[in-house]
Design a protein around this ligand. Structure first.
Ligand code: CU
Length: 135
């Protein structure tokens, strides 16, 4: 319950932020910052057929997670109970408060992917982003 209360307070601080900046990743590296329970930027573009390295920096005083995948993957995490990701699965990693973590994910083809945090209430609050994959 304590975690939920802290999240609500941080969420209130972040209300209205809504950043939709864009980050291109010709280099194969995407930098994402977590600020007030939002991903910044909220949309990135990457090329297909490459391993993308996501460097995720959590500036919040609470824990988050970073999950890459299609809508089905996001749905599975949203309804699942697995809230700890040690980085052994590509594109799935916990992001403890105040830390920077890295995960890699192979982007196979042109399509839309998503990234999100599925700790209780976070996805619904808007802790999600879009990965536009070009061919
Ligand atoms: Cu979160």
């Amino acid at each position: 319950m304590k975690v939920v209360a802290v999240f609500a307070a941080v969420a209130a601080l972040g209300a209205g932020a809504g950043c939709t900046a864009r980050s291109d990743a010709a280099s194969g590296v995407v930098n994402i910052e977590i600020h007030h329970s939002r991903f910044v930027p909220a949309a990135v573009s990457v090329g297909s057929r490459q391993t993308v390295r996501f460097v995720v920096r959590n500036t919040d005083p609470i824990d988050h997670e970073f999950i890459v995948g299609d809508q089905a993957t996001q749905d599975r995490h949203e309804h699942g109970a697995d809230d700890h990701h040690d980085g052994s699965v590509p594109g799935e990693i916990s992001v403890p408060a105040g830390t920077t973590v890295t995960t890699t994910y192979y982007v196979d083809r042109r399509r839309q992917l998503l990234y999100g945090c599925h700790l209780p209430g976070h996805w619904a609050y808007g802790m999600r982003g879009v990965i536009r994959v070009s061919s």
